[in-house]
Write a protein that binds this ligand. Structure first.
Ligand code: XMP
Length: 509
């Protein structure tokens, strides 16, 4: 297997998943556990490669996560990514400094020297960077093998010792040859390659073992993740599953009807529908902080569930459609920085009375789609764009009220209609509108109109960890913009968001 030492990168699990996709086992350990792990002869023998992940710290700050430098003398190939590279340079007496220019997002990698890790890459290729510090002097025995426009040290290797350090992230999909870099590494570790398959029968077996014959409720939003999670549990425990859908008013129009249709007609399990639109609006009244909004919504969902539960005897489990990117962005590992708490992870009350069942917690969105196809979820649910749990509440910057909810859902509808009509809807992960809480002047007819600015965001991404803004045709943007300003009273202007992730997140809040 390959050992991954986790320094808190948002994408540590993604490194593991990419390597697993080659049919190779991985184990993620914390830096603090490294010494004791490698003290064991059996562990040293079974470990064929070591990856040092990225992380948010700087090597020279106090309490930066660190490892014993003996690891570089174990005679095991090492791939050190981002912070891992800086740590390797620092521990082996090279030099690391804050970079003059920081690099976040796309950069062009230029190869300077032959190296095993960058074998078969084009001379120039796109990589994704996310760093402030940079290695300015390689340790003895190492040399720089690739650069970008801004830094000399995009990759540095000691070919003889098989220690490969790269500043960019090979695990993210926007690094053009990321998979090839990882393949080169596992080849250097002595592995042949095969592709692992998702074993749905095993997932269902594990659910059955966990739940047995206990009654279980599933929180179903109408989106793909919760539908897949509930269906997997339905397949494991049959009629002991009770799907519950809360109509918060924050989801897209038609969502509740679709939930009823799928569960009643296709799965033959009648869902409970709780109508709570006014409840959500009144709890969100005057709340402007995105973190508070998420917490309020998360808590309200659980409160409503628990209230409903009081009327159904003997429920023990709650199914949630949490997926891996939800977990990692709500501080999934010890050294990761907290970006924001996704409501279905960070917002859960501490005293919740139900045990959680999260059958797809380990999977990324593209893997969830693969599972969905295998269990016959209808195509319109699989190919629908995802909608965040807190819904329109985090797409209305500032406070939510009935009028703004109507404005955002109308704007959102226009975006979706036009994206579908033009054939672009399925080419992007997300396309949506944001009510920006900024005002600007327009003249509608002869009337002066001081209305709100609506932003449009459309993102291309497979795994949600990174994303690029979609290069939508001008005439489509024109159509969307024209319809929004004309059809929604109170909107004066439309702008298009052209920021990559990173540095920007997909949602504005
Ligand atoms: P960000 O904005 O973090 O979004 O780059 C990544 C993905 O997560 C979705 N998202 C959420 N989903 N609860 C959710 O269930 C949330 O609080 C939440 N915030 C963001 C976002 O729509 C995108 O798909």
């Amino acid at each position: 297997m390959i050992i991954i030492i986790d320094f808190g990168s948002q994408t540590t699990h993604l490194i593991s998943r990419r390597i697993n996709d080659f049919g190779i086992k991985t184990k993620i350990i914390n830096p603090e556990k490294t010494n004791s792990f490698f003290a064991s002869k059996i562990n040293r023998k079974s470990c064929k490669g070591i990856v040092l992940s990225g992380g948010p710290a700087s090597v020279y700050v106090r309490n930066a996560p660190i490892i014993n430098k003996k690891i570089f003398s174990l005679d095991i190939p090492i791939l050190a990514i981002c912070y891992g590279m800086q740590l390797a340079a620092y521990l082996l007496n090279g030099k690391v400094r804050p970079g003059k220019t920081k690099e976040y997002g796309p950069a062009t990698l230029i190869l300077n020297k032959k190296s095993n890790i960058l074998n078969s890459l084009s001379q120039h290729s796109q990589v994704w960077m996310s760093h402030g510090d940079v290695v300015i002097k390689p340790p003895t025995g190492f040399s720089f093998v690739a650069q970008t426009k801004s830094i000399k040290a995009a990759a540095m290797t000691n070919e003889k010792k098989k220690i490969y350090c790269i500043q960019f992230h090979p695990e993210v999909e926007h690094t053009e040859y990321g998979n090839l870099v990882l393949k080169n590494f596992v080849a250097a570790c002595g592995f042949g390659l095969s592709r692992s398959k998702i074993d749905v029968a095993r997932i269902i077996r594990r659910i059955k073992n966990k739940i047995g014959s206990a009654k279980t409720i599933a929180a179903v939003s109408g989106g793909l993740d919760s539908t897949v999670a509930a269906t997997l549990v339905g397949k494991a425990i049959g009629k002991n599953l009770i799907p519950i859908h809360i109509d918060s008013g924050l989801m897209r129009p038609g969502t509740t009807e679709r939930v009823i249709d799928y569960f009643e007609k296709k799965l033959k399990i009648k869902p409970i529908i709780i109508k709570a639109q006014n409840h959500f609006l009144s709890k969100l009244k005057g709340v402007t902080s995105p973190e508070k909004k998420r917490k309020i919504i998360g808590k309200l969902y659980i409160d409503l569930f628990e209230k409903k539960l009081a009327s159904i005897p003997n429920i023990k489990y709650l199914v949630q459609g949490t997926i891996y990117s939800d977990v990692i962005e709500s501080r999934g590992s010890k050294h990761a920085a907290n970006i924001k708490s996704h409501h279905n992870v960070g917002g859960l009350p501490k005293n919740m009375k139900l045990s959680l069942v999260e059958p797809i917690r380990e999977f990324y969105t593209d893997q969830v789609r693969e599972i969905a196809k295998k269990i016959n979820i209808p195509t319109e649910i699989i190919s629908d764009q995802p909608h965040p749990g807190p819904g329109y509440a985090i797409r209305v910057i500032g406070a939510m009220n009935r009028k703004r909810l109507d404005m955002i859902s109308t704007a959102d509808n226009i975006v979706i209609e036009e994206m579908k009509r033009s054939g672009w809807y399925h080419k992007v992960l997300h396309s949506f509108a944001i009510l920006t809480n900024t005002k600007s002047t327009a003249v509608k007819g002869d009337d002066h109109n001081y209305g709100e600015v609506v932003a449009i965001r459309a993102i291309v991404s497979k795994d949600r960890m990174t994303g690029n803004w979609a290069h939508l045709p001008y005439n489509l943007l024109q159509k969307i913009s024209g319809r929004i300003v004309n059809e929604i009273t109170g909107v004066s202007r439309v702008v298009y968001d052209i920021t990559t992730k990173p540095p920007a997140t997909m949602e504005w809040e």
